[in-house]
Design a binder for this molecule. Structure first.
Ligand code: PLP
Length: 413
């Protein structure tokens, strides 16, 4: 069965576990909690540890429940191979740990999830150089490239201001220069967009968000799409060059990041995420429809200063987003007119919950400048287009009318 070709998105996820034999014909992959594994004999033990035969060595490097989830994500992204991590940040951190050395250079979009922005500051102080650019203009990305540039990193829809970069043109630029193109697909998820189609070599997903959808487990993943030619990458150690070229990158990431730094996904979390993933297409359809309805209502209200959502015709990258994505996502942000206090407004909401996290089934709201983007200070916030009164809304699957009414009464209050 090659479900990506024959079956739709949800059918593929639902039937993915059964593609390999499971004890008692169980329909779900069981939660394997064992840290160590058994072997037929000493020779097989040695052969598994030397990578000459498939098998598990120790729970930090791999686990059957986690592998089943990795397989699901590989199918979702139409990729070659996936490695899961304890969190989305661990997956992004693994890129720095395994693939960057002193003197290497990264070009990153400046419009980023706050913790990724912070991670690049850390990396920048440890040897590799990171340049952040306004990547909505491809010319800025091109101008920042140097002969040492190993990686270009972008998000699909930037969290929280929803800027969208020309993903395909940046992909073409990376391909031309032999640069590894890394796309964080968290805000779109593989249901709305497959970065492989624009030439991404590695795809990041924070599984915590839309893929799990329930907000009860943290997780992250890196998927190798098979698009990037690892023989062009200078930092692959001799040890990993003994595998077929297509596997070099992930072999090094699994050893140098997952094994050596140890941010492994727990099997219990992998199971929670896998169960959540079964309904992701249904949830995301509803979230996108709710987000569009709510964004349109707010845009038409004269107490609202601005609404940032790629689904609105006035969004600077509306056309581009319509071309790239199946729908416009479940997240938008907005600013109230200056005479309305954003804290008072938030306190009047009855359904939307004051919380961080996104891609949850419940609608979550957060004043970003005062919380998740507080540490970076007003100047850097302004540089990312984040107004002090900006409210981020991660739209859930509630009944549309209930959500609209909640925001309506909070505005009126
Ligand atoms: C949440 C998020 C991450 C990090 O994921 P965690 O699981 O919270 O570590 C990375 N990128 C984006 C775009 C995110 O929204």
């Amino acid at each position: 069965m090659t479900p990506n070709k024959k079956f739709g998105f949800t059918t593929t996820i639902l039937h993915s576990d059964r593609q390999s034999p499971i004890e008692h014909g169980s329909l779900h992959k069981p939660i394997h909690t064992s840290v160590a594994f058994g072997y037929r004999d000493a020779r097989q033990l040695a052969s598994v540890f030397q990578g000459r035969e498939p098998g598990y060595r120790y729970g930090r490097q791999g686990n059957p429940t986690v592998s089943a989830l990795e397989e699901k994500i590989t199918r979702m992204e139409d990729g070659l191979q996936t490695i899961c991590f304890a969190t989305g940040m661990a997956a992004i951190g693994a890129i720095a740990q395994a693939l960057l050395r002193e003197g290497d250079h990264v070009v990153s979009s400046a419009y980023l999830f706050g913790n990724t922005n912070s991670l690049w500051q850390t990396v920048n102080s440890q040897g590799p150089r990171v340049t952040m650019v306004d990547a909505t203009d491809v010319a800025n990305v091109e101008a920042a490239l140097t002969p040492q540039t190993r990686i270009v990193f972008v998000e699909t829809i930037a969290n929280p201001r929803t800027q969208v970069v020309d993903l395909a043109r940046i992909g073409a630029l990376c391909r031309e220069r032999g640069i590894l193109y890394v796309v964080d697909n968290t805000m779109t998820s593989p249901y709305l967009f497959r970065p492989k189609e624009v030439g991404a070599g590695l795809v990041v997903n924070a599984l915590t968000k839309s893929i799990a959808g329930h907000g009860i487990a943290l997780g992250g993943s890196l998927t190798d799409t098979g698009v990037y030619d690892w023989s062009a990458y200078p930092n692959i150690a001799e040890n990993y060059r003994r595998y077929p070229t297509q596997q070099w990158g992930m072999a090094q990431v699994r050893a140098k990041a997952l094994r050596d730094f140890g941010a492994s996904l727990a099997p219990e979390a992998a199971h929670h995420i896998a169960v959540g993933a079964e309904t992701m297409a249904l949830r995301i359809e509803r979230e996108c429809a709710n987000a569009l309805a709510l964004a349109r209502m707010l845009e038409a209200d004269d107490r609202v200063q601005a609404v940032h959502y790629p689904g609105l015709a006035g969004h600077p990258q509306h056309q581009l987003s319509a071309k790239l994505f199946r729908a416009f996502g479940g997240l938008f942000s907005f600013e109230l007119k200056p005479h309305i206090d954003c804290f008072d407004f938030l306190d009047r909401l009855k359904i939307a919950i004051l919380a961080s996290n996104l891609g949850d089934t419940r609608t979550l709201v957060i004043p970003v400048a005062h919380t998740i983007f507080y540490e970076m200070g007003p100047e850097r916030r302004a540089g990312m287009g984040i107004a002090e009164s900006l409210i981020r809304v991660s739209v859930g699957i509630e009944d549309t009318d209930d959500l609209l009414e909640d925001f309506r009464q909070a505005l009126a209050g």
